[in-house]
Design a protein around this ligand. Structure first.
Ligand code: HEC
Ligand code: HEC
Length: 296
């Protein structure tokens, strides 16, 4: 606070308190009740007496003034004067952060030595991870990790990227961006390829679609693989498993082929600590059905 504003605040605060004292004593007129003195207001013969405040009430006001003076001595309030106790909001906040970090460090200490698959079996760790998931991940992946259109289901055993512990940590730390380019296909090619993709996933289609699709799939194979089973290094989905990130209808698939698609899993590097990311990676492992099945 600059000197000017400091003095400005001090003058205002002190001026206000002195004003209050003056008001209190200039209007106090002893404790006598005087029946004759009225405010001059009268309704239907009822007069309003102009009597002093009861003493105890007056003293309450005096007490608040004394309290204010004491407060301003101990705590900041007079411009840039810091108060004799040296208390500050910022200090209190920083202290709370330090305490919180210490509590966190203590909590995570016992998990430091555990590998991620071991963490996944710790009920205490997974309970904390569930809360972290609710706060950071469920907006996109759903509260149970079930996903939504465009946001992968984390409870099935279908993975865009690898699901080994190191890959999961990498996914959460750095984020992922899966890019399905707009390939400028002609409208008739879009339709043929959409049916062909459904064919890869098991649908019956005409011979024409099978022949033409297979020919044109060379462009797609670079990312989705020769056989259409995808590429986990690129996050290119397996097109043969009948699990759909962007919808299973022909219209959904045509839209992707016409416009391309960019999937963005944000980076949590600056939001979560490495300890928290390890806990969440373990939690993601517990969500997928195969883990559940093998645990049973
Ligand atoms: C803003 C939305 C959003 C948030 C928040 C988010 N994700 Fe994601 N996540 C995505 C999207 C979109 C993808 C798919 C990326 C792609 O298409 O390449 C993804 C992918 C993933 C994958 C890879 C899935 C696979 O099949 O390989 C994992 C694991 C994952 N997220 C876990 C998490 C966790 C854990 C959190 C919380 C810390 C989280 N995500 C928060 C949107 C989000
Ligand atoms: C440069 C790599 C690349 C090429 C080439 C490519 N794709 Fe993709 N494709 C992707 C990625 C990555 C995604 C996932 C997008 C996301 O993360 O949201 C995807 C998504 C899709 C989807 C949506 C899958 C789902 O589960 O909803 C379909 C369908 C698809 N591609 C079909 C094709 C076809 C057909 C071709 C060829 C005409 C093709 N792709 C060419 C990378 C590619």
């Amino acid at each position: 606070m600059s000197n000017f504003w400091s003095i400005f605040v001090i003058v205002l605060v002190v001026g206000n308190i002195l004003g209050m004292v003056w008001l209190l004593f200039s209007t106090s007129k002893g404790s006598d009740v005087n029946e004759a003195e009225t405010t001059g207001h009268e309704w239907d013969g009822i007069k309003e007496l102009n009597n002093p405040l009861p003493r105890w009430w007056l003293w309450l006001f005096v007490l608040t003034i004394v309290y204010a003076v004491g407060y301003l001595y101990f705590y900041p309030g007079l411009g840039s004067y810091e108060g004799s106790l040296g208390w500050s909001q910022k200090g209190e906040f920083e202290q709370a952060i330090v305490e919180n970090n210490a509590r966190k460090a203590e909590f995570y200490a016992e998990f430091k030595e555990m590998d991620i698959p071991v963490l996944a079996t710790s009920a205490k760790a997974m309970e904390a991870a569930e809360r972290l998931f609710g706060n950071n991940c469920s907006t996109c992946h759903g509260s149970g990790g079930g996903g939504a259109k465009g946001f992968p289901n984390l409870t099935d055993d279908d993975w865009l990227y690898n699901n080994d512990p190191a890959s999961l940590v990498a996914t959460l730390t750095n984020g992922r961006a899966g890019v399905m380019p707009n390939l400028n296909l002609s409208p008739s090619d879009v339709t043929v390829m959409a049916y062909y993709v459904k064919h890869l996933a098991g649908d019956e289609v005409s011979e024409h679609v099978q022949l033409e699709g297979k020919k044109r799939f060379a462009t797609c194979a670079a990312c989705h693989g020769q056989d259409g089973t995808g590429n986990k290094a690129l996050g290119a989905p397996n097109l043969t498993d009948n699990v759909w990130l962007h919808g299973s209808r022909i219209a959904d698939i045509e839209k992707i082929l016409r416009e391309g698609k960019r999937g963005n899993m944000p980076s949590f590097k600056s939001i979560l600590s490495q300890d928290e990311i390890r806990l969440l990676s373990a939690y993601v492992l517990t969500l997928s059905s195969s883990e559940e099945a093998s645990a049973e």
